[in-house]
Design a protein around this ligand. Sequence first.
Ligand code: ZN
Length: 430
Amino acid sequence: MQPQPSRRRISPRRLAALASVTVLTLAVSTSAGNGRLSPDASTAGAGPAALSRSSAHGPCMITADREVQMSEGIPTAPGYTRSTGTVRALTLMIDFSDAPGEGDALDRYREFFPETREWFATSSYGRLDYRPELPVPDWLRMPKSFRAYGIERGAPFDPGYRDLVRDIVAEADPEVDFQSYDLLNVLVTPNAGPAALDTVLSVTFAGNKEAPNADGVPVSNASFVYSRQDDGSGSYDRTGYRVLPHENGHVFGLPDLYTAEGGGAVGHWDIMSEDWGANNDFLAWHKWKLGWLDASQVGCAANPGTREYVLTPLARAGGPKLVFVPLNGHSGYAVELRTRAGNDEAVCRPGVLVYRVDADVDTGMGPITVYDARRDSGGCTRSPNVHAELSDATFAPGESFVDRRAGIRVAVIAAGAEEYRIRVTRTARN
Ligand SMILES: [Zn+2]
């Protein structure tokens, strides 16, 4: 362990992770309304419909055996925002009498765009056309003071956020037709609340069918961004927007991968784990879940025996990206190839990443665990806010991941610039 100075200051947020779990409400019904802030079956490609799979993928479509708020299971439960095609993100900048917006509201907007739109275009290989829309280009003043809403980390939807959403809707309604948007981004003036180094207030209410209505549709998928995630390392201008793709990951149904202990389960291999510091991509599992991989790009190693697979770099469009080795109906191992490209700017040891996915484990409780090919090595990065120990977690040619109890071996047998070859061996158990 080689803790970096700036990480320590961020840890309070991680300790508060359990509290944040409670604010994510259950994804439930599909029939919540006709509008788009709350997806319904009539929306083309909505939610699970975007998932590409064949009958051979059946054993790899793990699902939760018990009730969890947000699951890694495939397909994603209904109620979240569609993650393919054109998605219109209603983006509002709000301020308060006790925290008046400083300067131009558009400057707040420019902290996140066009970077967030580009981040999704890159990560999705162009399958998500994320369009931020700004029908109100000024600060939208809330009728109550910031204090009066009682917003703090881990605050539940009721009563503070319900009041805030109701007031946002009332103030914006003359200029906004809420029915024409797929999700809501609320960019709060950065001087409201504590600095992000002290407490990260940013939060998303996803699949929330109890949300107040706007133009006849519930505002069920909304991300709130507070303060600035500036770690003082000098990279803020390039990387400070990354809290928004993380929060929007929740509106698409993705759980938090950091836990009460911090980012040690997944490190910097997914933006749902680490959204401070250098840019990083989503795991291939998330890309399949979001409808960004075709069935032909996902191998399902469910049968006993030995089989070889090709993997191409996750950051590059086209080619096979993911092999899943199911353990049972709710968990399994995912295997992918990570290189320094696209959104992955901090990869210091390209190679094959192996991680366990468990659909039964809830958001913030460690639903995904990356296996470290080099335990206690200290990692290969000194980049600020990149979890160092797991930065060299990848497996290289000649190395193998082995789960003896389950009779599973994943061997990296060859590596080239364009592709790696792996061999998956499953021993039949009796
Ligand atoms: Zn989160």
